[in-house]
Design a protein around this ligand. Structure first.
Ligand code: HEC
Length: 125
């Protein structure tokens, strides 16, 4: 009887791992708002970009595959191209927005930090 009582809560916690992971992302986003004076590219990325690109930039989520999000670790774009992509977003050939524009949501410092972070993802390969 004792062993049954112990094993079932453990199993249900494991199932919640994914949920905990996503609420962790959300929390990281909120706490980055509280520390606005030092811009942490990783935190800005987690908050604004990870929902599509994944925290590691590899875009290995079902939603990302559907949107054809590019794997940032294999990206070869220049600083200027990364900046343009962040500021203007990206539309497909039919004018459908694939990546939202962040030009009005992020400060210049945040965008600058993001460019550095996006490139740092490549070195982890
Ligand atoms: C709604 C989903 C979504 C969000 C949020 C998003 N992206 Fe994207 N991103 C995409 C898609 C889709 C593409 C591929 C577009 C294409 O076909 O060029 C892309 C492409 C890119 C590229 C170009 C990569 C390459 O090799 O061409 C960069 C750089 C990039 N994103 C950076 C970012 C950054 C930084 C953020 C956060 C500020 C962000 N993205 C947020 C969906 C998203």
């Amino acid at each position: 009887m004792h062993s049954n009582m112990m094993s079932s809560p453990v199993r249900s916690w494991r199932n919640r791992g994914q949920l905990l992971f996503f609420s962790g992302l959300l929390f990281a986003g909120w706490s980055s708002l509280a520390e606005a004076d030092t811009v942490d590219g990783k935190a800005v990325f987690k908050k604004n970009c990870a929902p599509c690109h994944g925290v590691d930039g590899r875009a290995r989520t079902p939603a990302a595959r559907k949107l054809k999000v590019k794997d940032l670790t294999e990206s070869k774009t220049t600083d200027a191209e990364i900046e343009k992509q962040i500021v203007e977003g990206k539309k497909d050939d039919h004018g459908v927005q694939k990546m939202p524009e962040f030009g009005d949501k992020l400060s210049k410092d945040e965008i600058g930090a993001l460019i550095g972070f996006v490139k740092s993802l490549r070195k982890t390969n």
